[in-house]
Design a protein around this ligand. Structure first.
Ligand code: FUL
Length: 489
């Protein structure tokens, strides 16, 4: 070959090597593209709350009822020893990050001195009519660092105007009073129970409405966001999160944050339980369930408070299934969270903290079958930092992680988290462990399908030298934020 051709070949080779290096660096520096729906900042922050409380308290508490008819005199409301700080301190000790109060339930009785009706706390003996529970609870939350939210029942069995245009204006006015006076709110709850029989100012009849048209939920949402732009919206026609479709605390293990947005789908109890893999909107689920059978306090249920074990199951089936847990605490006639409820909830939270105190993967060597390199390295999954994650190169649909323990280690819990700001992409993962020279599958009693923001698994204690997790994505790029292994005695 002539020297000139040789020189050209050398130059071309150099160019090829340099471009390959530049390309590799560019693709490893570049973060993966999101494919499909992703959470808004507000939805991500909401998901990171994981557990928060409901408080059901009102006239029903004093009538031993779940759904008051709307005709009980307001003076029936008469707590003898009410203390919102006791609620908040209890909830905080139970790990709750916020609390949502029933400012008005279906009976129409308002826990704040509203200008919209006489059926409120101002016409009771409580603080001689000077009390305002929405204010008292919001202040206790501020004082102790809990987020504050409100439930305002759209259905109002006391209002004469219910079912007519007049009531919708009243309802919107009530929302405005609440959000403008007691915010900022982290969540606003539009209940789904709607219309039926009621007192309705003495008419004592039956009123049916078409919920998706009647309440003008777009306007209601806009009023909430005018004062509390960060508030998540439950229910109605324009929610930012979805109901799980039951009130027993059941969320399927396969759990998509994606959903459809038509009103019918928002009422499809079966679909609500697990979401849609191909849903066009990001609409994560909230599991609402009471610590007792009822939402309101009933003395007859004092012996049916959920035990520590039951609360633990609830946690694994909600937070552990990529949903948030909204746990209800009925306040009693004294105006307190009963001691048995508070004892069980606090003990449950303490057990939970113990279970997740010691991540056994922390000392492991981690190897990945593929990595994007740079700041997307496999070791990121051991960091407790939601801004970091391990990511593969584009176009890789399956990849695995192997964790090498420094010495054989026993564990029975696993924690997995996807980096959801880039979507929910995993639709299967497989777990194996290496012990005595061979790989064996970890037997879980639920399908190892989705992960999402958080997936928790419980299984029989295993002893392992290595742990292997194989992941499969159905779209986008694999982005795993966290993996942890724990031992619960
Ligand atoms: C339901 C209501 O009818 C219950 O009384 C309770 O408030 C629950 C959280 O939502 O739809």
């Amino acid at each position: 070959m002539r020297p000139r051709s040789l020189h050209i070949i050398r130059v071309m080779t150099k160019i090829a090597v340099v471009s390959a290096a530049v390309f590799a660096l560019a693709s490893c520096v570049r973060r993966p593209e999101a494919s499909g729906p992703v959470p808004s900042r507000q939805q991500l922050e909401w998901q990171q709350l994981e557990t928060y409380a409901f408080i059901h308290f009102g006239l029903n508490t004093f009538n031993d009822m779940e759904w008051g008819f709307g005709d009980t005199p307001s003076r029936t409301f008469n707590p003898s020893n009410l203390d919102c700080e006791q609620w908040v301190l209890t909830l905080k000790a139970a790990g709750m990050k916020g609390v949502i109060l029933t400012a008005k339930h279906h009976d129409g009785f308002c826990l704040w001195p509203t200008a919209t009706t006489e059926y409120s706390i101002k016409n009771t003996y409580y603080k001689d009519g000077e009390g305002d529970l929405v204010r008292e609870l919001s202040e206790a939350c501020k004082k102790h660092g809990l987020k504050f939210g409100l439930y305002l029942s759209p259905w109002d069995r006391n209002q004469p105007e219910y079912g007519y245009k007049g009531y919708v204006d009243i309802y919107h006015k009530q929302i405005e009073e609440l959000v403008s006076n007691y915010g900022p709110l982290f969540e606003f709850w539009f209940d789904g129970a709607n219309g039926g029989t009621g007192w309705y100012g003495g008419a004592n009849d039956m009123r049916s409405i078409v919920a998706e048209q009647y309440y003008d939920y777009e306007k209601a949402r806009d009023i909430v966001w005018k004062y509390s732009p960060e508030a998540s919206i439950f229910g109605g026609t324009v929610p930012t999160l979805r109901w799980i479709g039951n009130e027993e605390g059941k969320a399927n293990a396969t759990q998509w944050c994606m959903y459809k947005t038509d009103f019918e789908s928002l009422n499809d109890e079966k679909a609500l339980r697990q979401g849609y893999r191909d849903g066009e909107a990001w609409l994560p689920a909230e599991v609402d369930v009471s610590i007792r059978p009822g939402w309101f306090y009933h003395e007859s249920e004092d012996n049916q408070v959920k035990t520590v074990e039951q609360l633990m199951d609830l946690y694994y089936q909600s937070v552990g299934h990529n949903t948030n847990l909204l746990l209800n605490f009925p306040v009693n006639q004294e105006g307190r969270v009963p001691s048995i409820d508070s004892a069980n909830a606090v003990q449950w939270y303490q057990s939970l903290q113990k279970e997740f105190a010691n991540d056994l993967l922390q000392g492991c060597k981690v190897t990945a079958s593929n990595t994007r390199g740079c700041r997307f390295k496999a070791k990121n999954v051991l960091r407790d930092d939601y801004t970091l994650y391990w990511a593969t190169e584009d176009g890789v649909h399956q990849a695995e992680l192997i964790f090498d323990f420094p010495k054989a280690t026993a564990f029975n819990r696993l924690l997995l988290q996807e980096y959801i700001p880039l979507g929910q992409n995993v639709d299967a993962f497989y777990l194996d462990y290496y012990f005595n020279g061979k790989w064996l599958p970890i037997e879980t009693n639920e399908p190892t399908t989705t992960i999402g923001y958080k997936r928790l698994l419980r299984f029989q204690t295993i002893k392992a030298d290595k742990l292997r997790i194989r992941f499969k994505v159905f779209k986008g790029t694999l982005c795993i934020n966290r993996v942890g292994a724990f031992y619960a005695p």
